[in-house]
Design a protein around this ligand. Structure first.
Ligand code: MEV
Length: 317
């Protein structure tokens, strides 16, 4: 028996990093997915196979997850360990991951993988609800990245265009909004946890400035939610540029990212870093009137593609 589940990647429209300190963020899931296929195997092992590598652990050594050599795989072993503890079985489990989401560039591939693996592994025993999946996926991600806000896993599980904050969780902004974004990959890989740590250091060394930036971010996010409801693309685009400027001030942009934003600004409604930064991707807001020109321009300096909002979130198949 195979248990298959898939979950989408995400982009953050407003509020990355500030969300870690309680500010509201706006994000949406995108039409690129990770699929996890789990099945029982006769050997007493957990085996994980993905395009990024393979890893295997005996079920009897699962209590020591520190032994996992490829760190990004630790959350998957955490999920399998929890499922095995809660449902007794004499079998092992093999998990195969197939991804359309480029890894390590701010598009939520790790969170989407945690969501898909949680759903597919537990689906071997008993299908979990989305609420149950998201709780386990966030715990699993926190096994390697304690400060993770939970925003990425939430939007990947439930899908759509949402706001998210640590206190209130997520809230749908609109049930249908056909926004289009161009995602340009700077090809500068980053480690989210390191960039979040770097921002914490910046905050600790610049408490007053950081508080001021948090207030500015709150105002940008509130205006952005209004602009989304009005479908005012011009206003949204200029708020994205303002948000990018705040992200520059906390030190997470790079020359390549700024170049991508400058170029995108010429034809799109607005552009900014999405996700952790320190490299990663830039999103540009477009519609039919300017999508082709923006794409042609950005393609000269980066790999890019157009994306739409995914309204499904986690899917069992
Ligand atoms: C990463 O996609 C988003 C950050 O805000 C971290 C987080 O929310 O956990 C940088």
């Amino acid at each position: 028996m195979k248990s298959v589940a898939s979950a989408p990647g995400k982009i953050i429209l407003f509020g990355e990093h500030f969300v870690v300190y309680g500010i509201k963020a706006v994000l949406c899931s995108i039409d690129k997915r990770i699929t996890s296929t789990s099945q029982f195997v006769d050997e007493r092992v957990i085996r994980i196979r993905s395009s990024l590598g393979e890893s295997e652990m005996s079920i009897d050594s699962l209590d020591n997850l520190e032994k996992v050599q490829q760190r990004f795989m630790k959350p998957f072993f955490y999920i399998a360990q929890k499922a095995i503890k809660e449902n007794s079985t004499k079998y092992g489990i093999e998990i195969v991951l197939e991804s359309e989401i480029p890894p390590g560039v701010g598009l939520g591939s790790s969170s989407a993988a945690c969501v898909a693996v949680t759903a597919s592994v537990n689906g071997l025993f008993c299908k979990l609800s989305k609420d149950e999946v998201v709780k386990i996926a966030i715990q699993a991600e926190r096994s390697i990245f304690e400060q993770n806000s939970g925003a990425d896993s939430s939007v990947s599980t439930f899908g759509g265009l949402v706001s998210y904050d640590l206190k209130n969780g997520f809230e749908n902004i609109l049930s249908k909004n056909d926004l289009s974004f161009i995602i340009s990959n700077s090809a500068q890989a980053h480690n989210t946890q390191d960039v979040v740590r770097q921002v914490r250091k910046f905050k600790e060394e610049n408490e007053d400035l950081f508080s001021k930036l948090c207030r500015e971010e709150t105002s940008i996010v509130n205006n952005a939610i209004e602009s989304l409801k009005e479908n005012n693309l011009n206003k949204l685009g200029s708020l994205m540029l303002k948000n990018h400027d705040l992200l520059k001030q906390i030190g997470i942009s790079t020359e390549k990212i700024d170049l991508l934003v400058q170029e995108a600004k010429k034809t799109s409604y607005g552009a900014k870093i999405t996700g952790a930064g320190g490299g990663g991707c830039v999103i540009s807001l477009v519609d039919n009137s300017n999508s082709k020109d923006t794409l042609d321009n950005l393609r000269k300096i980066s790999d890019c593609f157009v994306t739409k909002i995914d309204y499904n979130g986690l899917r069992y198949s």
